[in-house]
Design a binder for this molecule. Sequence first.
Ligand SMILES: [Zn+2]
Length: 333
Amino acid sequence: MNNPVRSKLSDENLLKETFDASKKEKQATFELLKYLVQVDERRAYATLDCSSLFEYVVKVLGFSETQASERVNSVRLMRAVPEAEDKIKNGSLSMTTASQIHRFSKQEKKAGNVVTKSETLEIIETCSSQSKREVEKILFSKASAEAKEAQEKIREVSEDLTELRFYIPEATFKKLNEVRNLLGNESLKDIFAQALDSLIQEKRRKKGMVLEDGNNVKPCDQTASTAIASSTAESNSTSKLHPSTLPAKEKFQKKIQSRFISIHTKRIVSQRSGNRCEYINPKTKMRCSSQYKLELDHEFPFALGGNNEASNLTHKCRQHNLKAAEEWGLCKS
Ligand SMILES: [Zn+2]
């Protein structure tokens, strides 16, 4: 319909046309989700050099990361439970709720539990037409203890501040209260900083006892403790991400033959990388930053004697991990 200038519409017509426009937007969003299901099934995004559907939605379709995450999660829910489609279409299941439900299943899976299709359907039924906050509460009450404990969030909110969010069991909460009483009700961030200082000192002391070269602290330990103590996602080590810029091979040689990487080391790498691919194109100097299928890559390959310390580990997306292996003349399956 040919629209007269909106400012000249009567209130009644303005509201009617706004309602119609909103209906069209919802229909268009639903259409987009159906297209994305196909794109995802065929992995058609790969033809455009995108390593994931998420990357495609951000880089090619131009959505923000939050919007992309909602769309991708909704697509995954629609693929896992086709019955969700009708609910999204008729509006009883919003994209936000669909995304929350899919994230819930993913967290459970990560914790080693499988949310079956019938359980998911039941959850969809309970969460339909509820507010985001209400859905959060419902899902939290349904989450397994393992999944609750595994939920950790590290988010950089400014250049010098990072938000940490995690759940602690009652026993740990009791310890926290005891420390608070001992220290005289200090703030959580001060207690956290002091606890980290003590832990770092203890670890350094322990490591110092097994060092053979007489030094108290190895260079890689220094990197590790700085990363933790500053509590910010630093990327200072990304400058040495290419084999050609690596320091002497000896520095990275492992002292043990195990592939085991401790949670502590993984956290240091996560803090540094921000959980994004650290690959830097040697020509353009552009960092990849993809979050898709992130893997820990040994800068100096494990197969060639590289060690499992944080200074020899980087986060790489699947594609760049394979590329790095190729550059070293290795083949990763
Ligand atoms: Zn990458």
